[in-house]
Structures are given as C-alpha cells and as structure tokens.
Ligand binder design. Structure first.
Ligand code: ZN
Length: 176
C-alpha cells in the first residue's frame, strides 16, 4: 500500500490532556521500536513562504525543516492531516527522532500512554513559542524554537535529534 507516512499499528489518535488530539499506545511499544516515519510534500523556503501568503497561513504549523532551505509539509491544502501530525510536545518525552524524520521509542511505552517527543528535537527553523501544558515536573513552561541550543537538552537527547538539528548543534559547537 502506498502512503505518505507511517504510524505503528500499536498506536491510535485520541483526545489528549496535553493539547487537542494526540497519539496513544494501544499495546506495549518496546524501546527502540519505530513508531512513525514522517512524510508529506517537500517544499523550498520560497515555496513555503508563497503557500503561507496564498490562502494557507497555517502551513507553518504543518511544516518541519529537514535541511537548510527545505521543508516537509504534511498537507498543502490543510484539508486533512496525516496521522503523524498529532504527536504532542512533552518536556519529558518517551519518543525521539532518528535521521531525517523517523520516530523511535526512547523507552518502553505502556498501553494508554500518550506518545510524545520534545519539539526541540526537530525545530530549529522558523521562530515560535508557546505555553507548554505537558504537566511534567521538569516542564520548561515556555517552549521556543531555540530550545535546541540549550546544552542540557543537547545532552539529554543525544542521538535523538533530527539530522537537521543535529547538524546545527555540531556547527554551534565548532564555533564555540
Ligand atoms: Zn512541558
């Protein structure tokens, strides 16, 4: 079967206490298992800007930067969302990112648990900030697209940043 993205059969979309809808484990997901592979359309920075001007202002909510000048967007017209768009942010996540945009379990995830990742793992592109409602003890309260620069997060999520963010961290270190 052809598809734009992949979500593990052991997960489902449901109403989330964090925000809107989220992705939840239906069965035990083992540490290291692939939970999702994000897909969609690839656009350049210029195309992204033009989409946001031409009747799709929310495009930035569905875009993830995958390389300098390139973005992955899940749906050009905003009419439907891919399953992988529902992953909420948490400051104490149970999933991380590998390579280009593969999501893996960082630990065993029990049935009923919401599957979350830290947006700092993927977001280093356009500016944003929002109030976090993950409810964890270590909650950062305000999440920004600069959080990937925090050294303690770089240590905590070592090997769980997207390739794009990983490269940016390396560059930053070289400059220090
Ligand atoms: Zn939080």
């Amino acid at each position: 079967m052809l598809r734009h993205s992949y979500l593990i059969k052991k997960a489902k979309i449901a109403k989330s206490p964090i925000s809107g809808r989220g992705v939840f484990a239906k069965e035990l997901i083992k540490k290291g298992e692939i939970i999702a592979v994000w897909g969609g359309d690839i656009v350049t920075e210029k195309e992204l800007k033009s989409l946001s001007r031409k009747g799709f202002p929310a495009v930035y909510h569905y875009a993830t930067q995958i390389a300098e000048g390139f973005y992955l967007i899940s749906d050009r017209r905003g009419k439907f969302l891919e399953d992988d768009d529902y992953f909420n942010h948490s400051c104490q996540p149970n999933a991380g990112i590998k390579g280009h945009l593969v999501m893996v379990a960082m630990r065993d995830i029990k049935p009923g648990e919401e599957i979350t990742y830290d947006y700092a793992m993927t977001d280093a592109g356009f500016k944003y900030s929002f109030k976090c409602s993950c409810g964890m003890n270590n909650c950062r309260k305000i999440i920004t697209s600069y959080d990937w620069k925090k050294k303690y997060l770089q240590r905590k999520y070592r090997n769980f940043f997207s390739w794009f963010v990983e490269e940016k961290i390396k560059k930053l270190r070289r400059r220090r």
